[in-house]
Design a protein around this ligand. Structure first.
Ligand code: 1HN
Length: 352
């Protein structure tokens, strides 16, 4: 690709005249916005150790009461985007949230979609759209765009969860806002029971649920059992993986980000081919090494040893190799990625 004219090549009076009319010449910036072959990615491979962040999160519990926080969260920020941008990747936000016994995080709803992956503790719940969803380790709870949600805690110890939101994208679109609400009236249902059995969907006489998000809670016990059954039934499968889907449509559970659980067999190494979306890995049970391959001029390689409850991210267009650190037991990894978004936009790619 040959070099194009630079800004410095243009006379100052010409540039001033352009500026005065809110005009900019394209050619000095064309290669930056359309780099050859592979996009420039600010997302850096980044590892957040739970052991290192946990005491800092507990300290936030001492320092900042709920009335002063509303959501007591430490954001897992990617330094490649600048910490203040609060992004794990271009479209993904990650945060570790702490709720102490007796605390309550008031009801609101907002345009960004969220999920929570419960990391530690018992006795907390999230009420979503009137359904009181219990939170237990490894459970995935959806709070999709526009649905009311609030968190409470009737237990005795701290409860921590990982929030995953498409906030950076929705904010970039200038479409991010929230509405505060009243404590929700609870209906029967706890987010999962109506769809608890795979392949069996509730069928009222007049059509289906009519809800865009019929299932709000995906208990870890069910996801783990599904993975173990899959591993037993299909010894030939390279990737023992499930996608969290909308049980009415089979589509991804939310519109923008995708969510998956992966079981690494004892000692298994699994190479995930380079794909356009960025990814997040979080160890639910066990331990795993994550190797991010080099990709293009801006894509440095990295390797992280993830202990239980650790989280890392990898930029798009990079292959990632996961290795179970345990030779005698499976390890279970929660994955979030931007592939529903890339597919809808028509920019999804797999490169091998
Ligand atoms: C939010 O609503 C929650 O409800 C957590 O727990 C984190 C980060 C940004 C915007 C909204 C929650 C959030 C958030």
């Amino acid at each position: 690709m040959h070099e194009l004219g630079r800004l410095e090549d243009l006379p100052a009076d010409y540039l001033d005249s352009l500026t005065a009319q809110n005009l900019v010449p394209l050619w000095p910036s064309l290669r930056a916005v359309l780099p050859p072959g592979v996009p420039t990615r600010r997302t850096q491979p980044t590892h957040w150790s739970y052991e290192a962040l946990r005491p800092l999160l507990m300290r936030a519990g001492d320092l900042t009461p709920m009335e002063k926080a509303e959501r007591r969260v430490l954001v897992l920020a990617n330094p490649g985007h600048g910490l203040e941008a609060m992004k794990a990747s271009a479209a993904m936000y990650l945060g570790m949230q702490l709720l102490l016994p007796g605390e309550w995080a008031p009801s609101h709803r907002h345009t960004p979609n969220a999920v929570r992956m419960v990391v530690e503790g018992e006795g907390a719940w999230t009420t979503v759209d009137g359904e009181k969803c219990p939170m237990a380790r490894g459970d995935l709870i959806l709070t999709p765009t526009g649905l009311w949600h609030e968190h409470g805690h009737d237990g005795t110890g701290p409860v921590v969860w990982l929030d995953v939101l498409d906030l950076p994208l929705v904010y970039f679109l200038e479409a991010s806002y929230a509405i505060e609400g009243q404590r929700q009236v609870q209906h029967p249902g706890r987010g999962d029971r109506a769809y608890a059995r795979g392949g069996l969907a509730p069928t009222p006489v007049f059509g289906r649920s009519g809800k865009a998000y019929p299932m709000l809670r995906y208990p870890w016990a069910e996801a783990k059992a599904a993975l173990q059954a899959l591993a037993e039934d299909r010894p030939d499968l390279d990737a023992v993986q499930i996608t969290y889907v909308n049980p009415e449509t089979g589509a991804d559970a939310e519109n923008i980000l995708g969510f998956y659980a992966l079981m690494l067999r004892p000692g298994q190494t699994l190479r995930l081919p380079a794909r356009s979306p960025a990814q997040v890995f979080h160890v639910i049970e066990g331990a795993a090494a994550v190797a991010v391959e080099a990709s293009g001029p801006a894509g440095a390689p990295a390797r992280f040893d993830l202990a239980e409850a650790d989280t890392c991210c990898a930029p798009g267009y990079t292959a990632v190799t996961l290795t179970n650190a345990r030779a005698d037991a499976p390890s279970f990894v929660f994955i979030a990625d931007e592939s529903p978004l890339h597919r809808k936009l028509g920019v999804y790619e797999e490169r091998g």
